[in-house]
Each structure stands twice: as C-alpha cells, then as structure tokens.
Design a protein around this ligand. Structure first.
Ligand code: AHG
Ligand code: MN
Ligand code: MN
Ligand code: MN
Length: 324
C-alpha cells in the first residue's frame, strides 16, 4: 500500500504542492471525523445564517469551512483562498505559492439524512505580485495545477489529479493515512446511465429537454438503447459514480434564473470536476463550450454543467448545435 506523499513524489509533484495537498488531506480527515460523529457531536441541522448565494448554511458547512480555512492559512502555502461559504476571498500569506478555491461541504442537504457528501477543491499557482484580490482567482480552469475531492461515504476517499491522470486513495481510519487504491481512472466513452434532476425538466432549454426525452424513449427511440438514471443530489457523489462506472451528469441551464446560467459554481464545483473528468478521458461542457476554457468573471459565478462519458457529452452538444 502506498501513502499519498510517496505517490505524489513518484509523480514528480513539487514539495510545496505535496505539502498543500497533505494539508487539505488533514483538514478533510477532521471533517470526516465530525461527520461520522453525527448527532453525537451536535453537528447536524442548520445555522441561522445564509451564505452569499442565499442558501441557509448547515452547521457542518460552517464547521468544514472553518477547519479548511484555519489549516490552510496556518500552512503559509496559500496566498489567498475562496470558498462557497465566504463572501469574499480570504488573504493568506503574501509569499504563499498557491491560490485555492473550495466547496467545503458539497451536497450538504444530504447531511441530515446520513447520505454521501464531500469536499471539492481547485488549486492554482499564485504569481509573485504583492497584491492579491478577487481578480487573481479569475483564471480559466485549464490553468489548475491540481484538483480533487474527498467523498465521505461508507468509505472515505480522496480522488486527485495533478495533471497526470486521476488516482483514488482510501482513508485508512486506523492508520489515519490516505492509501492508493486506484492507480488510474478511465471513463468509458459510451454509457447507458445518466444523472439529472428530472423535476426541473420544464425549466430547461429545448435542446436539453429533447435530449432527455430521447434517452427516455430507450431502445425504440433515436438513441437505440435503454438508459438507467441515478441522482444522489451531491455533485461529488454523482461525479464519483461516473469516475467509478461511467455515465453522464448534468445540472443544465435553467430559465428560472437566466442571469445565473446553472446551479453549480464554476470555481469550486465545475472546474475541479471538469479537470478530473478530462484527466480520466471524459469531457466536461456547458452544452456549447468546454468548461475549462471559460474565463471566470466572479468567484461565485454559476455555470451549466454536462460532464462524463465523452461520446454522450458530444451527443448533448449535438442537440445544442442543431438548435442554433
Ligand atoms: P452544495 O451543497 O455545496 O450547496 O451543493 C449542492 C449542489 C450539488 O452538489 C448537487 O448536485 C445539487 O446541488 C443538487 O441540487 P438539487 O437539490 O436541485 O437536486
Ligand atoms: Mn451550499
Ligand atoms: Mn456544492
Ligand atoms: Mn457546499
């Protein structure tokens, strides 16, 4: 069994980035512990507060955010951080080599039903300017130097890319170490499984409505095969399933809030997942554009997401391109 640090060294990852990834790993071990204590630690339920996106914060959203923030700021490696649960960027060490954006707890509505949740992170190298502000973060996802998530399920896994494929590590709860359990993840280009919140179908754009209608027609329809559906309601768990057994995931554009092109956030949900999916041979698109090419305008901006099996993402793009 290989430890996280050794694997990263063998991959030629530099020491500073290894230290940063270890720090994220330590914070996530702590989050994992609190999650598993559940009601015993009094951590379930909501706070009285809302985050910048107008969502009521769960207690564990805040606890997870504070754990990550404190450890990352103490590390001296981070020039600034951005989080779903922080209105503005948080400035760290001016000599820090990295910028990190994270979703401290993804799928937090699952906490109170004891279902899967996770932590998603995206890492950029900081430049050596003496000024750091929101604009420092506004880089396309193609410039990420590392991206990953920790999924807290029946087992706790760290899934990571540093630009050399995707690896999975399982947290050994007795050793307290992440051990390599999957060396290289590959997503099959074809699939017969999709994940989307079907209750929103009437709000989607026509191409997405038509695409899903055609999937539901099964082997008699234009796609000529039957499709199965899954929806965990935590992006981290739905993407994890795709990395494990393939499939397509989408949270598409929705006409209810046209100024917000989707529900998911570009900087700390879509971009890190897009890097993982591409590194595993899949594709990640808005329906009309590669996600990793988007020039961000705000740290909390939202984006339409279609990702997973390469040919299936291509099929969705075909529906969108016929519409234009
Ligand atoms: P978060 O808990 O970090 O706010 O993210 C929740 C997101 C995402 O994880 C998931 O795919 C989606 O919300 C589920 O949305 P619905 O409740 O609309 O299905
Ligand atoms: Mn949230
Ligand atoms: Mn999320
Ligand atoms: Mn969250």
């Amino acid at each position: 069994m290989q430890f996280l640090v050794n694997v990263l060294r063998q991959d030629g990852v530099d020491n500073a980035l290894i230290s940063l990834l270890q720090t994220v790993g330590v914070a996530c071990k702590e989050i994992n512990f609190r999650l598993h204590q559940g009601a015993l630690a009094g951590v379930l339920g909501s706070t009285e507060d809302e985050n910048v996106q107008g969502e009521v914060q769960k207690k564990l959203d805040v606890i997870s955010n504070d754990l990550l923030k404190d450890l990352l700021l103490q590390s001296g490696l981070v020039k600034a951080l951005a989080s779903e649960e922080e209105d503005d960027i948080v400035v760290g060490d001016i000599d820090g080599q990295f910028l990190i954006a994270f979703d401290p707890l993804d799928g937090s509505s699952n906490i109170d039903i004891n279902a899967m949740v996770g932590t998603i992170f995206s890492i950029y190298r900081a430049n050596d300017s003496l000024v750091v502000d929101e604009s420092s973060f506004l880089q396309p996802g193609s410039l990420q130097v590392a991206a990953g998530y920790v999924v807290y399920g029946p087992a706790t896994l760290l899934v990571l890319t540093t630009g050399n494929g995707v690896k999975m590590f399982t947290l050994d709860q007795t050793l307290g170490e992440y051990l390599l359990t999957v060396k290289k993840v590959n997503i099959d280009p074809d699939t017969q499984e999709f994940a989307i919140n079907m209750s929103n179908q009437r709000h989607w754009a026509k191409p997405m409505q038509d695409y899903i209608d055609d999937l539901l027609k099964g082997s008699e329809g234009p796609r000529g095969k039957n499709f199965n559906m899954r929806w965990v309601a935590a992006m981290v768990a739905d993407v994890h399933r795709i990395l494990c057994r393939g499939g397509l995931f989408s949270y598409p554009w929705d006409r209810r809030a046209p100024e917000k092109p989707g529900k998911l956030r570009l900087m700390y949900e879509a971009n890190p997942m897009a890097m993982l999916i591409e590194q595993a041979g899949g594709r990640a698109s808005t329906g009309t554009q590669r996600i990793l090419d988007i020039q961000p305008e705000q740290i909390h901006q939202r984006v339409a997401v279609v990702l997973g099996a390469a040919n299936e993402v291509g099929a969705v793009e075909q529906y969108y391109s016929h519409q234009r």
